[in-house]
Design a binder for this molecule. Sequence first.
Ligand code: ZN
Length: 64
Amino acid sequence: MPKCVYCGKVYEFPRGLTLVTKDGVVKPLCSSKCKKNMAMKRRKVEWVRKSDTTKNAAKKVAKK
Ligand SMILES: [Zn+2]
């Protein structure tokens, strides 16, 4: 299953779209919404899942 490069969502194959850039980098995207937002270089959109590095990781450790 591909993972959206923009929002980080894992989706089933017959969905979404795949961008292949000139240098051969494959970028799977879950929706045209993600494609458009990426084209506009939006990075701080609320629905984009943030990686488990900063706040989320700290919260998880605190819960344990
Ligand atoms: Zn997405």
